[in-house]
Design a protein. Structure first.
Length: 148
């Protein structure tokens, strides 16, 4: 999160009433993430926001303090699927892992060629199931890397 203070309005551009300014002086807004989370809890208690809104906003605040490394899965632990796997093997992986998206590789695990959406596979019937390679969405970043 940024530590810079928002620009203050000049006296003539400040449209707050005297009472609003006084209320803000007596009870200023939160100065930290913890205080903001407390304010959200108070807002929920006073039925200003719902529980789902509070949960979502708290998640956003906590996510802002994280780095990509905090939320990424190491490549060795990723559930990948081989472009040449059978439909039965693929369906088993989709069901067992319960993920919605799968990086698809060809040859080596590092050679990611696209993404398979589980819903695309599950929406097909076993009788009419196309070769699943036609369901794989090409990954632009991966394709760029492969050419590069």
């Amino acid at each position: 999160m940024s530590d810079t203070q928002p620009a203050r309005l000049s006296e003539k551009d400040d449209r707050r009433t005297f009472l609003q300014k006084l209320a803000e002086f007596i009870h200023p807004g939160p100065d930290s993430t913890a205080e903001l989370i407390e304010t959200l809890a108070d807002a929920e208690d006073n039925n200003v926001i719902g529980a789902e809104s509070r949960f979502m906003l708290e998640g956003v605040l906590r996510m802002a303090e994280m780095s990509a490394g905090d939320v990424m899965v190491p490549a060795t632990r990723m559930d990948l699927v081989d472009i040449h796997a059978s439909a039965d093997d693929l369906l088993r992986v989709v069901i067992d892992t319960a993920h919605s998206r799968f990086p698809v590789f060809e040859g080596e695990r590092e050679n990611i060629i696209g993404i398979l959406l589980a819903k695309d596979l599950l929406e097909t019937s076993p009788v009419t199931r196309p070769a699943y390679s036609r369901l794989v969405a090409t990954c632009r970043i991966c394709a760029r890397r492969a050419r590069g």
